[in-house]
Design a protein around this ligand. Structure first.
Ligand code: HEC
Ligand code: HEC
Ligand code: HEC
Ligand code: HEC
Ligand code: HEC
Ligand code: HEC
Length: 252
């Protein structure tokens, strides 16, 4: 009830007058963590019932070196914490983290490295965050503008670790997504290119988005802010929903 009321109020009365920060409560946006911890996750699916601390994983440490596609397409990590069946045995066989944490690409699994991963601490990489200070800034989230960082070649993340010659399919279509409700200036832009430099088509199609234009039903902010559609990435790893204007350039 409350959110339905707020929603109607927002689109009829309040929207034109509101400043960015006031939207947070309307859409029930999750509070943002400290920038150094934005995109950090604690994996505890199996460790919660073992004597080993849970495993911390930092997106900003890794995305400087690898695109999302490497992990979320080639290596089959789910885009949902604790959804992937990662086990120590699989890592030692070279799956999941073990595709790189093998003493060749990065430190491997041995008695003196257990604690590098099993930290039980979301802030395990805090001290390294200043390493990113030369990258272009954004307003929210980890406050790094990853689009500009890539464009200016300040980072050059690998697109593939399985196929040396892999090049993303060039697909440069910008879609204008119109609201289900007419009469408000909230057209959202979806630029394919800014996504396909990081992601595989299969990261979005067909599970998150229908491949037909306007095929995605109930494309609305209240769903997005609960983790559906754009919210699958733009709440936790890519720049967060608080950064309205990057998707809605017309929004005042
Ligand atoms: C490169 C990171 C990494 C290193 C190094 C590492 N682990 Fe893990 N380990 C993980 C991840 C990720 C999981 C899955 C965590 C979960 O689901 O709770 C895991 C799970 C486990 C589990 C849970 C049960 C199971 O069989 O999967 C145990 C026990 C474990 N690790 C022990 C160790 C020990 C002992 C070492 C050192 C010899 C070690 N790990 C080194 C990443 C690592
Ligand atoms: C080096 C590997 C790696 C890279 C690169 C990577 N991820 Fe992840 N990502 C993971 C792992 C591991 C998890 C946790 C999966 C699990 O616990 O099942 C995860 C989880 C996520 C989640 C869920 C977060 C949450 O709070 O539940 C999202 C969303 C996500 N990744 C998006 C991305 C995006 C977008 C990119 C590229 C900008 C990216 N990832 C790059 C490994 C990676
Ligand atoms: C695609 C390759 C790749 C995968 C997959 C990967 N890593 Fe890494 N990881 C690296 C590289 C390379 C580094 C070193 C990066 C650096 O120091 O800047 C690293 C660094 C780390 C660090 C050190 C961070 C610090 O404090 O300095 C931890 C911890 C870590 N990875 C955990 C994990 C865990 C846990 C997983 C699986 C859930 C994982 N990694 C999957 C390549 C990978
Ligand atoms: C990651 C991209 C993204 C961000 C960031 C974002 N939106 Fe949206 N928004 C969308 C999409 C996609 C739609 C659905 C299509 C449309 O209405 O244009 C939408 C729809 C809307 C609508 C239309 C009514 C509704 O609920 O669908 C309003 C109002 C709106 N957004 C306001 C905001 C405000 C305010 C912010 C900042 C707090 C924001 N949006 C941030 C992508 C985004
Ligand atoms: C980050 C998510 C994402 C990725 C990655 C992605 N797409 Fe899309 N795609 C979308 C969205 C959102 C729509 C619009 C869906 C709607 O309107 O219901 C769309 C629509 C489309 C459409 C229909 C366009 C139209 O005008 O009718 C095609 C074709 C398409 N995508 C192809 C691709 C291809 C090919 C790739 C890989 C090169 C790709 N997409 C990667 C999110 C993505
Ligand atoms: C599968 C993950 C994922 C999904 C789903 C997704 N995005 Fe993104 N998006 C990213 C990543 C990664 C970037 C690169 C920037 C970053 O990481 O902050 C990005 C960048 C963008 C940019 C470029 C901003 C700029 O400054 O140029 C826009 C606009 C955008 N997304 C809008 C959307 C909209 C609208 C949707 C839903 C229709 C959506 N995204 C869905 C991952 C995703």
């Amino acid at each position: 009830m409350r959110s339905a009321f707020l929603f109607v109020f927002l689109i009829t009365t309040a929207l034109p007058a509101m400043a960015g920060s006031a939207y947070d409560s309307v859409f029930d946006l999750p509070a943002l963590p400290d920038p150094a911890r934005y995109g950090n996750v604690l994996i505890s699916r199996s460790t919660r019932s073992s004597t080993h601390p849970s495993v911390s994983f930092s997106h900003w440490v890794h995305r400087q070196h690898y695109t999302c596609r490497v992990c979320h397409f080639e290596l089959n990590f789910e885009m949902k914490t604790n959804a992937t069946e990662i086990t120590e045995a699989k890592i030692k066989k070279g799956e999941y983290c073990g595709a790189c944490h093998n003493n060749q690409i990065a430190f491997g699994v041995s008695d003196d490295t257990c604690a590098f991963c099993h930290t039980g601490n979301l802030g395990a990489t805090d001290a390294r965050f200043p390493e990113l200070k030369a990258l272009p800034k954004a307003r929210y989230g980890d406050k790094i503008n990853w689009v500009k960082s890539l464009k200016k070649k300040l980072i050059s993340p690998k697109q593939s670790i399985l196929d040396e010659d892999y090049e993303p399919i060039p697909f440069d279509k910008v879609l204008r997504l119109e609201p289900e409700w007419s009469g408000i200036q909230t057209r959202a832009l979806f630029p394919h290119l800014q996504h396909t430099v990081w992601l595989d088509c299969a990261d979005c199609h067909p599970d998150i988005f229908n491949i037909q234009k306007k095929g995605t039903r109930h494309f609305r902010m209240d769903y997005i802010s609960k983790g559906k559609f754009c919210g699958a990435c733009h709440l936790t790893v890519a720049f967060p929903i608080q950064d309205c204007k990057r998707c809605h350039p017309d929004l005042k």
